[in-house]
Design a protein around this ligand. Structure first.
Ligand code: ZN
Length: 336
């Protein structure tokens, strides 16, 4: 069901009207942006998971939602479509290289959407697009060297170096699979002890359930509840939360050693924990660093629609070119 949310149109600014889709492992968000930058008809629909046919089913959904917007907003004529999704995505060619959650491999989404909708299209990585939105319009805006980390079901980062997105054929920024404990839990990626197995929202819930066993009644279903238990003095919750913050601090220290960003912006559901996350995280990152330039650790500003806003920015770039919209030019190599 479509809903209109208040959105500061001045933030996105005037430009081409575009369709934007944020295709997630569970839900697909969609909105129409008009030429003033207003977000219209924001909707959330279950992503059609059809195994090997998921890519095609997603494109069917994209087409159906576009037809709905045409009926609901006959005065708005989108000139491009922007789609974002998780996994390994080659932003340059618009190919979904691989997504373990969505089950596709080498699907040329950009080309397929262009032929179905008869509009220029872009297909990009959700977290890189969210990072671009934060860099153009949000908390990362003042910085040329900045990493935007999104912590939700998974963990990934958008790496911006010298003002440009670092893509590396779609393989950059997969910090959720940085190993923080080689003897840790097995990760669905096949490695053991990845950051995601300790510090993603799902890992925090799972690790608490393992630690508390039958002591936990009723079992928490999200990381916020685990945090509330930690604050209330539950020792299992405290330990799980502390280990998640430690793991995140370790990966941030490694990012700082390798890239020396001026700031690290953290978004996604877990960033809404506010001071409960940022205060201990600043302390622990500070304790791990020696001669390094300490980055500013900042909460993301755009919020849960950053991926969708990023999709809209990339759709506009598909019409107007990067220079016209100020969208970050992509750096890196394309996949073969
Ligand atoms: Zn992994």
């Amino acid at each position: 069901m479509a809903e209109d949310l208040s959105w500061d149109a001045a933030l996105l600014g005037a430009g081409a009207a575009v369709l934007a889709y944020d295709i997630g492992g569970t839900d697909t968000k969609a909105a129409l942006f008009d030429s003033a930058g207003r977000m219209l008809g924001l909707s959330r629909t279950a992503t059609p998971l059809r195994g090997a046919r998921t890519g095609e089913a997603v494109l069917d959904l994209v087409e159906k939602i576009a037809a709905g917007f045409a009926l609901d907003y006959p005065g708005v004529h989108p000139q491009a479509v922007g789609m974002v999704a998780p996994g390994i995505v080659d932003d340059g060619s618009g190919v979904g290289v691989r997504s373990s959650n969505l089950g596709w491999e080498n699907v040329p989404f950009k080309a397929l959407a262009e032929s179905r909708l008869n509009l220029p299209a872009s297909f990009s990585h959700d977290v890189r697009a969210a990072g671009e939105a934060e860099h153009r319009l949000g908390a990362a805006q003042p910085f040329r060297d900045v990493v935007v980390i999104v912590i939700g079901t998974g963990i990934a980062a958008s790496i911006i170096l010298d003002g440009r997105a670092h893509v590396a054929g779609g393989f950059a920024g997969e910090i959720g699979h940085s190993i923080v404990d080689p003897r840790g839990d097995l990760c669905p990626c096949g490695a053991a002890g990845c950051l995601e197995t300790m510090a993603s929202a799902g890992a925090i819930v799972r690790r608490y359930a393992q630690a508390a066993g039958r002591c936990s009644e009723p079992a928490p279903t999200d990381a916020k509840q685990v945090l509330a238990l930690a604050r209330a003095g539950d020792p299992h919750a405290r330990r799980v939360w502390d280990e998640a913050v430690d793991a995140l601090a370790l990966v941030i220290e490694q990012l700082v050693s390798a890239l020396a960003p001026e700031a690290i912006v953290i978004g996604g559901g877990l960033s809404q924990a506010g001071d409960a996350l940022f205060v201990p995280l600043r302390d622990r990152v500070g304790a791990l660093l020696s001669f390094h330039r300490p980055p500013r650790l900042l909460p993301a500003r755009i919020g849960e629609n950053a991926g969708l806003i990023g999709a809209a920015l990339r759709a506009r770039a598909a019409v107007e070119g990067p220079a016209a919209t100020g969208v970050l030019p992509l750096k890196g190599t394309a996949c073969p």
